[in-house]
Design a protein. Structure first.
Ligand SMILES: Cc1ncc(COP(=O)(O)O)c(C=O)c1O
Length: 370
């Protein structure tokens, strides 16, 4: 008989957005007619430069990649003003999050996060036998934005890891640099993780420079969003060397394949793809905000600087699961707050920002349910 460790007694798994093919088949809708607004993917697809580099890298499939993904590490270091030994690469940010929890918090140690937040933080903390501490009072309605003072106040002397997401998920709300510094400085005894997965959509350079200032901070980024490489699986963390050294020690040795390394290096040079994506999202976000004014039963939670936003259901006679299913029947996929996040409930849906036509489709479908 095997013995799984106690964190795995009742394992829980991530609930992803539904795939378009599944919805098309189930509801008899043409796949091209599906508005997929539940996975925060890039509407333009992958960076063309990354696609070409991945095709070239096929010639190297028989070779082991460098175990630290060195060419990608060097490119990231060069792009953001760090040394390669201050960078760790992973199969998406998701892998880096798992490494951070394993390497930088002992079993039973406290891992702090706002509620609601990206569920991977607490799913991995639990699966690894660490103790997730969700702080609900720091994300208050109706704004659903993180309150830096309340969050800083919740940091205990025995907190080991403090997660901050900016823009926040699922609300998309934004923290100013002084607010992030305030929380980082409130946890000198812990590791602070600043997750900037969606930072491009804020149309700012973000706060990756802070990793050079604070020895207890790691900044995480992904290639899954603005670079359009969610299917390739690339993410990275930037931090002081002792943090990176610890992560390298627990990292599955060859976690990054030749295709990921090649695609990541090329994507970082594809400024055009990122710029086009960001400007489309920023414009569509503005457009959909205007259109929500037409709806009585739904409210767009304002303040998103990301490629998604929360919709609050104002009508007490319906709930998020009913609206979620009603949208599916109309070929629109979003995320149901009742099942996708701890600390969110059946009053909320999360919807992606995508092409303007798809935003119209979302608003028209919500209006149609009136
Ligand atoms: C807040 C946040 N962080 C990190 C990620 C992880 O992205 P990936 O593992 O694709 O890099 C996601 C993905 O949805 C996210 O929402």
């Amino acid at each position: 008989m095997f013995h799984a460790h106690p964190g795995l007694k009742n394992p829980e798994y991530y609930v992803p957005g539904l795939p378009a093919d599944y919805v098309a088949q189930r509801y008899g809708i043409a796949p091209d007619d599906i508005a997929k607004l539940g996975s925060a993917e890039n509407p333009y697809g992958a960076s063309p430069k990354a696609r070409a580099a991945v095709a070239d890298a096929l010639d190297r499939l028989h070779l082991y990649p460098p175990w630290t993904a060195e060419p990608l590490r060097e490119k990231i270091a060069d792009t953001y003003g760090y040394q390669p030994d201050q960078v760790v690469c992973g199969a998406g940010e998701t892998e880096i999050i798992s490494l951070v929890i394993r390497a930088l918090c002992e079993p039973g140690g406290k891992v702090m996060m706002p509620a609601p937040c990206f569920p991977i933080y607490h799913l991995f903390a639990e699966a690894e036998g660490r103790m997730p501490v969700l702080v609900p009072d720091a994300t208050l309605r109706p704004a659903m934005a993180l309150d830096p003072e309340a969050y800083a106040a919740a940091i205990d002397p025995d907190t080991r890891i403090v997660f901050i997401t900016n823009p926040h998920s699922p609300s998309g709300t934004w923290l100013e640099e002084a607010e992030v510094r305030r929380m980082v400085e409130a946890a000198p005894h812990a590791l602070v993780v600043l997750d900037e997965a969606y930072v491009h959509y804020s149309d700012t350079p973000g706060y990756i420079h802070l990793a050079g200032e604070y020895e207890h901070l790691i900044v995480l980024r992904t290639f899954s969003k603005a670079f359009g490489l969610a299917g390739l699986r690339i993410g990275f963390g930037v931090a002081a060397r002792p943090i990176i050294d610890a992560l390298l020690a627990v990292k599955p040795t060859w976690n990054m394949g030749q295709l990921q390394i090649a695609g990541g290096v090329a994507a970082l040079d594809d400024r055009e793809h990122v710029a086009r994506t960001v400007s489309t999202i920023v414009e569509a976000r503005h457009h959909v905000q205007g259109r929500f004014g037409e709806l009585d039963r739904f409210r767009m939670v304002p303040g998103s600087r990301s490629n998604f936003f929360l919709v609050e259901i104002l009508d007490p006679d319906t709930d998020s699961t009913e609206v979620f299913n009603g949208l599916l029947e109309r070929g629109v996929i979003v995320k149901d707050g009742a099942v996708s996040w701890r600390g969110l409930d059946d009053r909320f849906l999360r919807c992606d920002v995508n092409f303007t036509e798809r935003m119209d489709r979302l608003v028209d479908s919500l209006a149609d349910m009136d």
